[in-house]
Design a protein around this ligand. Structure first.
Ligand code: HEM
Length: 520
């Protein structure tokens, strides 16, 4: 039955044409947003906005925003507007504005802008996604979990797993085919964080098909549908996502991690079992609301807060420690080893430091020894500059805000994308940015740069809570390598190195393959 014309076919065509014209008009209207706000943008195209290269898979997230940063900075702008599809986002370029957003005026930007629904998607209720008071209360509770004392307490676990790493590399060394270092370090990262966050011997270094590795990989790898889900979270209003019960975590991943946590908690509570790990500290938060031997958490009236974590909240925190910790650290060491393989002078210098420090510590990899490796720290910091695992950072404007030094108002609800890779590749702060030079992180050079130009861990109140642990674990893995093996690049590694276009965390396309020779 036709509605408008005499023929159903014409009706359908009329509806499609109306929808297309309506869609185009809507997009064009949305694309006037930044012009009206007085913020410069690149020219948007329908339906991509200014994210065409990103959406067509021609650039990774980091590269897309590095491009915006580069072009707009060359034009002398201190900030830029951006459109992901029709959704406007704000890209600060001047480090002073970045400092205001991340630190000074944090109360206007206290959220990462992530979507969470604790009922539909219990594992989404973690620290990274929470905002406002809920985030602050949990952050205060979790902070004592990451003190240097606690890092020292967990060091032994990392050291034991680094022995397993050495055994595996020993078996694969001196092999012409090279080794896929990203895969091995992901397994190392899985075993370390799986052990300290979930209290499990994951054994993925011994067995690449261990269940923890399988589900960890599944949780962190993005297929086509995951990419769609992320774009939905960026473009659609959160009330709508709640209404359709949008769930990001895959169902089997959720079932696996929830079961692991439930079993661990039950076992430890029933058997009064104690182990030096994050899970033990999370259990204290579950049962007492505080971590023992730390100062009690006080509220504004001086009363101590004893609000305990629920089982789901505990599981969500263990899950985020795993998700935020394992790939960031393993990708850092992968890129560091790539740079050491192509810069043999830096590799030798680092080896000398590791050997001389260990000689002073009975040839034992102890917490104190690792803390003395200062050149190692420079190598890691320079790696994190060239290859920040999170190449952009997000904030949500939670209260209308006037950008300092301008009359531009950011409205509540607008997303902010901080172009970390852009800052890290800026020749004004890092001359010859493509050169790998650890001396950029000498005390003198660090002092000479403006603040908020090195952001691999973010900054301000939402700075990475696991930074110390991530650095420690990366140092141990790197020391294990340079102490025991000579490293060269295998011809299977793509040259020049390129970022994987589909990954959200920085990854080398095609992986990093190394030729590893045992040192006697
Ligand atoms: C080299 C290793 C790591 C890197 C490069 C890294 C990087 C980051 C970055 C960039 C952020 C966002 C900061 C911001 O928005 O300002 C973050 C947040 C976070 N990271 Fe890490 N991370 C690493 C290791 C870890 C580890 C080992 C853990 C846990 C064991 C961890 C847990 C978290 C959590 C829970 C957050 C959310 C903090 C909040 O919102 O309050 N990270 N990390």
């Amino acid at each position: 039955m036709a509605i408008v014309t005499a023929c159903l076919c014409y009706d359908i065509i009329a509806i499609i044409v109306t929808l297309v014209i309506g869609g185009i008009a809507y997009m064009k209207w949305k694309f006037t947003y930044w012009e009206k706000m007085g913020v410069p943008t690149l020219t948007p195209t329908i339906p991509f906005g200014t994210a065409k290269d990103l959406m067509l898979g021609r650039l990774s997230f980091g590269e897309q925003f590095r491009e915006v940063y580069r072009i707009m900075k060359e034009k002398g702008h201190q900030h830029a507007g951006f459109y992901i599809g029709p959704s406007p986002g704000y890209v600060p370029i001047d480090p002073e504005i970045i400092k205001h957003i991340m630190q000074t005026d944090f109360q206007h930007f206290n959220s990462h802008g992530g979507f969470l629904d604790e009922e539909t998607d219990p594992l989404s209720g973690h620290l990274f996604n929470l905002e406002d008071v809920k985030w602050r209360n949990l952050r205060v509770k979790l902070t004592p979990t990451f003190t240097s004392g606690k890092m020292k307490m967990m060091f032994q676990t990392i050291a034991i797993i680094s022995d397993n790493l050495k055994k595996l590399i020993d078996d694969s060394a001196d092999n012409d085919l090279g080794i896929d270092i990203r895969d091995i370090l992901s397994r190392f990262g899985t075993d370390v964080i799986g052990s300290v966050a979930f209290g499990l011997e994951c054994d993925s270094l011994k067995d690449p098909d261990a269940p923890f590795r399988t589900f960890g990989k599944k949780a962190s790898e993005m297929d086509f549908w995951d990419t769609i889900k992320i774009f939905m979270q960026v473009i659609l209003p959160h009330w709508f996502l709640h209404a359709i019960k949008h769930k990001f975590t895959k169902r089997d991943v959720e079932e696996f991690f929830m079961k692991v946590v439930r079993n661990t908690v039950e076992y430890r509570e029933k058997n009064n079992y104690y182990r030096k790990d994050f899970m033990h500290l999370l259990l204290q938060l579950k049962n007492r609301g505080t971590v023992a031997d730390d100062e009690q958490i006080k509220d504004e009236t001086g009363e101590s807060k004893e609000v305990a974590l629920t089982m789901n909240q505990l599981a969500a925190q263990a899950y985020v420690f795993f998700m935020a910790g394992y790939e960031t650290s393993s990708t850092t060491v992968t890129f560091a080893l790539y740079e050491l393989a192509v810069n043999s002078d830096i590799q030798s210098k680092l080896r000398e430091e590791v050997n001389s420090v260990l000689a002073r510590h009975d040839n034992k990899m102890t917490y104190e020894a690792v803390m003395e490796m200062t050149f190692m720290e420079k190598v890691l910091f320079e790696t994190l500059r060239k290859y920040p695992p999170l190449p952009i950072l997000t904030r949500l404007c939670t209260k209308d805000y006037i950008i300092p030094g301008t009359d531009v108002q950011l409205n509540k609800g607008v997303g902010v994308m901080i172009p970390v890779l852009g800052l890290h590749s800026d020749p004004e702060y890092y001359p010859n940015p493509d050169i790998f030079d650890p001396e950029r992180f000498s005390e003198e050079n660090k002092q000479s740069r403006p603040s908020f130009t090195w952001l691999p861990f973010g900054d301000g109140p939402r700075i990475c809570i696991g930074m110390r642990f991530g650095i420690l674990q990366s140092k141990v893995a790197l020391a294990t390598f340079v102490k025991n093996y000579d490293i060269k690049l295998n011809k299977r590694t793509l040259s020049p190195l390129q970022f994987d276009k589909r990954a959200f965390v920085s990854r080398a396309a095609g992986g990093v393959w190394l030729d590893v020779t045992k040192l006697t």
